[in-house]
Design a protein around this ligand. Structure first.
Ligand SMILES: *Cc1c(COP(=O)(O)O)cnc(C)c1O
Length: 379
């Protein structure tokens, strides 16, 4: 079955008794039992809720995975993964991560004795320098946020398998329509469903998928024990969002290409970061592991001052200045003061998240209007 069909149909019929074509919002905390332990698969909504089950199965299906789990946020999903590990374990991650991921690694889990190594994984071989007997997971984000670096998932997966290390992939930026890390050898795929999966800027949620039954058992145990679960209304919203994921991603990618090319040819622009350019250092990898290149673009102006960047971000009219990404409406962000403010300046500059960097989440509006908006904001 192809992507659009799976997005619309898969996983939805669990617990249906009325024939409703859409899974209802089961706004219930508990379920009546006939006798102790004699129930219809649902006991308490932290453990399982039918609206959430439908969504979990649906997300697993579009990521070509077997098991799915949803959480109250993307960070709740990442938190669940790290709880698989214990003090002394080591995790290798790429060095340009979503700011919140960097924060939970360094400000929370470092305190619990988990050791993190941040490595430039644009060459997957670099990971080998950090692998030792304590290494338990490699964590990658590709395309990365906000610099659109591409990591070769298949090559990292091969190294991880050789060394019996888990590979986790944050697939938020690509979405399951553009990239399926499970097919390339990942063990766990994570999404901030807040972004493209939800797609309408109206919900905060996270998701994990995996294939291995034993791993699924552990994730399910942590999900139920720690309780970072989403409510049924939010699950309904994300289920609705996913139905048009393929249509939205096609338009995000189309608009993204037009705007990336426009920026690249603009005399005031210095660097443009977008994986669809042939001169992107990992274009060949991106072309193989992604179906298209999406609508996330970062750039700097030749005038590299903080002020010029902030001026741009406050002058756009259609691109709303806001955190987040992946919704139908276009957003502009200033990573240094917004999403990546938790990362110290010297760390940021090492990886290229300079004060003049601007990030665009290109929406699905008419691209001519978006280009006009950028034009006047640069003017
Ligand atoms: C937003 C985001 C997260 C965190 O997700 P929340 O839903 O905001 O908790 C993690 N990774 C990436 C790449 C993100 O963009």
């Amino acid at each position: 079955m192809k992507f659009g069909t799976k997005a619309i149909h898969k996983g939805l019929n669990e617990g249906q008794s009325t024939g409703a074509i859409i899974p209802p919002i089961y706004q219930t905390s508990t379920y009546i039992q006939k006798a102790p332990g004699d129930h219809k698969g649902y006991e308490y909504s932290r453990t399982k809720n039918p609206t959430r089950t439908a969504l979990e199965n649906n997300i697993a299906a579009i990521e070509n995975a077997i098991h799915g789990f949803c959480f109250g946020s993307g960070m709740g999903a990442i938190d669940t993964i790290i709880k698989l590990f214990k003090s002394g374990d080591e995790i290798i991650a790429n060095n340009d991560l979503y700011g919140g991921t960097y924060r939970i690694f360094t400000k929370i889990y470092s305190n619990y004795g988990i050791v993190f190594h941040f490595v430039d994984l644009s060459d997957p071989e670099n990971v080998k320098n950090f692998i030792n007997a304590k290494t338990k997971m490699i964590w990658i984000e590709t395309p990365s946020n906000p610099l659109m670096n591409i990591t070769d998932i298949q090559s990292v997966a091969d190294i991880a398998k050789e060394n019996k290390i888990l590979l986790g992939v944050d697939n938020t930026f690509a979405s399951p329509f553009l990239q399926n890390p499970m097919d390339l050898g990942a063990d766990i795929v994570m999404h901030s469903a807040t972004k493209y999966l939800g797609g309408h800027s109206d919900v905060v949620m996270g998701a994990l998928v995996c294939n291995d039954d034993e791993l699924a058992e552990k994730l399910s145990f942590i999900q139920n024990t720690c309780g970072a679960v989403p409510g049924p209304q939010d699950c309904f919203l994300v289920l609705r969002g996913i139905k048009t994921l393929h249509l939205r991603m096609e338009r995000h990618s189309e608009n993204g290409k037009r705007i990336a090319e426009y920026l690249k040819s603009h005399p005031k622009i210095d660097k443009v970061y977008w994986p669809g350019f042939e001169d992107h250092p990992n274009f060949e990898v991106a072309k193989i592991q992604m179906r298209d290149f999406g609508g996330m673009i970062s750039f700097t102006q030749k005038d590299g001052s903080l002020e010029t960047a902030v001026n741009f971000a406050t002058r756009t009219k259609l691109f709303a200045l806001a955190e987040s990404l992946g919704g139908v409406e276009s957003l502009v962000g200033h990573p240094a003061t917004m999403t990546h403010a938790a990362i110290p300046l010297e760390e940021r500059e090492k990886t290229g998240v300079v004060n003049s960097l601007i990030r665009l989440s290109v929406g699905v509006e008419d691209v001519e209007d978006l280009i006009n908006d950028i034009e006047q904001a640069l003017g």
